[in-house]
Each structure stands twice: as structure tokens, then as C-alpha cells.
Design a protein around this ligand. Structure first.
Ligand SMILES: O=P(O)(O)OC[C@H](O)CO
Length: 514
């Protein structure tokens, strides 16, 4: 028997930071390395990231995790990659360098332009790609660059322009094959992927002015993505999985079956209800809820419905880094635990517009109800309560869209380490909230399971997921009447924000392209 233990190297490249670690056959995550990433927003609606920095940071965390694993007698047998979804990159095949800043998924600079296409396209797109026109489009962003950015136009003319989402970007650099590839759990979020047919919606892309020749090749989420580049990572192993981070997280939380609901807390908070292998038909008027491909293996897709809050983890980072009110998100949670309630303070985490309970891209975040007696702990509590209210609204939206009640919410991602948040969540949602063990590593573990569940380390996904353990269950503790009261009060605050946003015409919005 070999003295080396076989493990899978997993990457979890999120918007706010990138991680690498190895996952062993007993499901343990070892050698975890992390680097934060910069996200810039120079004006409302525009959110960008440096793709070269994302790549370098990811390579660095991988190299450290690999070195550490080798010192600990572990043999890496495959690479698995989870990434933020829908963040778009344009690069030059010859230099391998990004030609513009990446457009982050929180970006909403094309809201008004897309709104003009909605009357003609919403009804056509909804049953095919699972979402209406929306507020952002990586493809429209690329078309604008083709028309307005000389370096992009030049590369296109020369046949060296490459377009992709962050998964495509990382695969291009980490694999020897140098192909632009994406997977359903990523493409579903970019807004031109036909859920049932597993191909792109070409008429829609044509309307957006996006050339089909630039489309990344579609693979399954568990697939053969080539072999890692020895010059870059120092190892040459097959890349066997590539998935959107939320859906890698779903697997890492054990949520793979119809009827299971999960919330991944990261830069934003994403609440999904798993729907099984048939594309669901949603009730009419559910504007905030999307249908997504949750995984695709061996040519079979599984779907989910998803409602999300774009800025939760990033709202906490903003409060800490820009206002310096708290040292860290952990401190917000510690202080919140000292308060019994928010003392009348309320927070709406709509830093890039509101998605739930209503879609209003022009809405702003707000902190209301402060008085001279308000304490720092109450403000901290209000911030967590605002996130929990938003997540509870996502659960209600998923239920309204499908008619399926949520019995329990399984949570993952960094914020799910906060006991206070999870208790408020259980109280406001009226359902138990389940925290899995090592919940912040769900995406790493899930994408490794996807890579290794075809006999490499595990016999199947259920076999791998059977090892997952619950760390704690948070039961609702408040009465039905008190819950309703709290929800109604929050709904009144939302109504005020909607009114304020409605009164701002799009002409008043600073909305320019660059
Ligand atoms: O940055 P994260 O981890 O919250 O993930 C971003 C999402 O995948 C965007 O769809």
C-alpha cells in the first residue's frame, strides 16, 4: 500500500477572495490557503475586478496548498474548480492578459439598455433560459467593448480575442489545452444558456451584438477539462470538475435532491430550492426568482430555483472597510450577540440595488431608525437582521414561484458561522436552519466531490455526501405573531426605499459606459 494519500486539489474562487485546499477521501479539507481579492466600484452600478489579480492570487493559493499537501504525504490526483458565476473577462490569446477590467456579476450598468429589450424578449427568454432579460449581461458588456475599446476590437480582428467567465479564464490558464470552456452552472448565470437543450440562445446573443464565434465551449460540470500546466502549478493532473460556486456549495452541503433548500452566504447570499431533473415552470409574476442548472453530469442536468441578495458579505465588508464602524464581520456577529434586538434600527442591504422582495436596480441600501440611545450592538444586530430578512424573503419568493414549502434551510459560506445570524434566520423564516460541519468549506468540498464521484475517490455523489455531518440545528424561537410583526415592519421599510428609488428617474442615475 502506498504511503501517500490520494486527494483532490479544489479551488473556490469567490468574488471577495480565492481559496485552494485539498479534499481527502474521508471528506476532510486540508492545507487551506486564502487570499482576499479587490473589487472596485467607481460609480453606482459599475462593479469591476482585475482578472489578472484573480488569476495570480488563485495560482498562489494553489501552489501553497500543493506544497503543503506534498509535505504531508498527500498525492494530488485531480483538480476541481469552483468560481464566482457570470463575472466576465476579455483577454488576448497571444499574451494571455486581460484586455479590460472584468465585469463583476454585481454590475448593473446596462439596466436601462436591457429594460428597453424586455417587452420583446422577456416572455421568449423566461421558458428557455430561466430568466427574463435582467439587469446585466456579460455578453452585452463584451459587445460594448468590441465597439468601443480599440484593444478589444484589434484582438477580435486579429482572431486572438477570447471571451469567458471566470471559470473559462482560470481553465484557459491552468490547463495545457488553451481552450475557452464553460459549464452549465456558470453559463446559466450569464443569461444565454438554454436549460433544457444545453446550448446557447443564439437569437438573443445576436440581438445583444455578441458574435457566436466568441462563445466558450459548453462542457458538463463534471467532465474532462484537460490537464494542468506543470509550468504553472508544478503538477500535471486531470481537471475533472468546474462549477459555479453556489452549486458546488450545494453539493458540499449535501443538497442534491428535489425539495432540499440551501443558502450559500458569500459576497451575496443565494437561496436555492432544488428541483430535480425536470425544468420547473414557475408561477407568473415571480420577477426576482430564476431557474438555474444546478449541476450537469454524464449529460443529465438537475435544476433549481434561485432568489438572491447581491450584497450581504460585501455589505459587511463595506461597513468595516469604508465606515470603520467594526473591525471585521466576525466582530459584527460578536457585538450583535450582546443585543436582544435591533432597538428599532433596520438595515436593507441593497448596495447594488434591490432584488428581493422586489426588483428595483435603482434602490439604495439604508440604515434607518437610529436614535440617541441606539447602541453599537443594536446596529450590529440590525445589520444581521437585515440580511436574515432578505434571505427569508428569498425563501418566500422561491415558495411562491414553485408552490413548494421550504421545510428546512441548510446554510453554507462564511456568514453561516454566525450563531446570531442563524438564530435570527430561523426566527424570521419560521423553519429550522441547519449548519453543516465546516460549513465555510462547502464549495471546496462540493466541487471535489463532483470531480471524484465517478470512482476516483468516491463511488457516487450520494456516497460522498453521506459523509457530511450537521454541526448545529437552529430552531425558530419566536411566536408566529411576533414574526409577522417583524416581517411587516421590514416590508414597510422596503416600501419606503422602493418609493425613493421610483422617484429617481434613470436620467438622474450616473450611468455611463467605460
Ligand atoms: O462571490 P460569491 O462567492 O458570493 O459568488 C458569486 C456568485 O456566484 C455570482 O453568481
Amino acid at each position: 500500500m502506498s504511503e501517500y494519500e490520494d486527494v483532490i486539489l479544489a479551488i473556490d474562487e469567490g468574488t471577495s477572495g480565492t481559496r485552494a485546499a485539498v479534499v481527502a477521501q474521508n471528506s476532510q479539507v486540508h492545507c487551506l490557503e486564502y487570499q482576499p481579492l479587490q473589487v472596485s466600484s467607481l460609480r453606482h452600478g459599475v462593479v469591476e475586478q482585475d482578472a489578472d489579480e484573480v488569476l495570480q492570487a488563485t495560482i498562489e493559493v494553489c501552489r501553497k496548498a500543493i506544497a503543503n499537501a506534498q509535505c504531508n504525504k498527500m498525492r494530488i490526483v485531480a483538480l476541481a474548480i469552483a468560481t464566482q458565476r457570470s463575472t466576465a473577462v476579455l483577454w488576448d490569446a497571444q499574451t494571455g492578459k486581460a484586455l479590460t477590467p472584468a465585469m463583476v456579476w454585481q454590475d448593473a450598468r446596462f439596466t436601462d439598455e436591457l429594460a428597453q429589450l424586455a417587452p420583446e424578449w422577456d416572455a421568449k427568454l423566461l421558458p428557455r433560459i430561466g430568466r427574463p432579460v435582467g439587469i446585466r449581461s456579460p455578453y452585452l458588456w463584451a459587445s460594448h467593448h468590441l465597439a468601443n475599446t480599440p484593444a478589444v476590437a484589434k484582438a477580435y480582428q486579429a482572431g486572438t480575442l477570447v471571451f469567458g467567465t471566470v471559470d473559462s479564464w482560470l481553465l484557459w490558464h491552468l490547463a495545457q489545452e488553451k481552450k475557452s470552456v464553460t459549464t452549465p452552472t456558470n453559463a446559466t448565470s450569464a443569461g444565454a444558456y438554454c436549460l433544457k437543450e444545453h446550448h446557447y440562445h443564439l437569437p438573443w446573443l445576436q440581438t445583444l451584438g455578441f458574435p457566436a464565434s466568441l462563445l466558450p465551449e459548453l462542457h458538463d460540470d463534471a467532465d474532462d477539462f484537460g490537464t494542468t500546466h506543470e509550468d504553472i502549478l508544478g503538477i500535471s493532473v486531470p481537471i475533472l470538475a468546474c462549477a459555479g460556486d453556489q452549486f458546488a456549495g450545494a453539493i458540499g452541503l449535501g443538497c442534491t435532491e428535489r425539495g432540499q433548500a440551501f443558502c450559500m452566504h458569500g459576497t451575496g447570499s443565494f437561496v436555492d430550492l432544488m428541483m430535480g431533473p425536470t425544468v420547473p415552470t414557475l408561477q407568473k409574476g415571480c420577477e426576482s426568482t430564476l431557474t438555474m442548472t444546478a449541476r450537469r453530469q454524464k449529460g443529465l442536468s438537475h435544476f433549481s430555483v434561485e432568489t438572491f441578495v447581491p450584497t450581504t458579505g460585501s455589505a459587511l465588508n463595506w461597513v468595516c472597510e469604508k465606515l470603520h464602524w467594526f473591525d471585521s464581520p466576525e466582530q459584527i456577529s460578536e457585538l450583535a450577540a450582546q443585543a436582544s434586538d435591533a432597538g428599532g434600527v433596520s438595515f436593507i442591504p441593497a448596495l447594488t440595488g434591490l432584488r428581493v422582495p422586489h426588483l428595483q436596480p435603482h434602490a439604495r441600501a439604508s440604515l434607518n431608525g437610529i436614535s440617541i440611545s441606539t447602541t453599537r450592538s443594536q446596529v450590529a444586530y440590525a445589520i444581521l437582521e437585515g440580511i436574515a430578512h432578505s434571505v427569508a424573503a428569498c425563501i418566500r419568493a422561491n415558495e411562491a414561484a414553485t408552490g413548494i414549502p421550504t421545510k428546512e434551510l441548510v446554510v453554507g459560506g462564511g456568514l453561516s458561522n454566525s450563531d446570531t445570524l442563524l438564530q435570527i434566520q430561523a426566527d424570521l423564516s419560521g423553519i429550522p436552519v441547519r449548519r453543516m460541519a465546516e460549513t465555510a468549506r462547502a464549495s471546496l468540498r462540493g466541487v471535489a466531490f463532483l470531480a471524484g464521484a465517478d470512482g476516483l475517490l468516491w463511488d457516487s455523489l450520494p456516497d460522498a455526501c453521506a459523509m457530511l455531518k450537521t454541526a448545529r440545528l437552529f430552531e425558530p424561537k419566536i411566536s408566529h405573531d411576533l414574526r409577522e410583526q417583524k416581517i411587516n415592519r421590514w416590508a414597510m421599510r422596503i416600501a419606503l426605499e422602493m418609493e425613493a428609488a421610483d422617484s429617481l428617474t434613470s436620467a438622474n442615475q450616473e450611468h455611463t459606459y467605460s
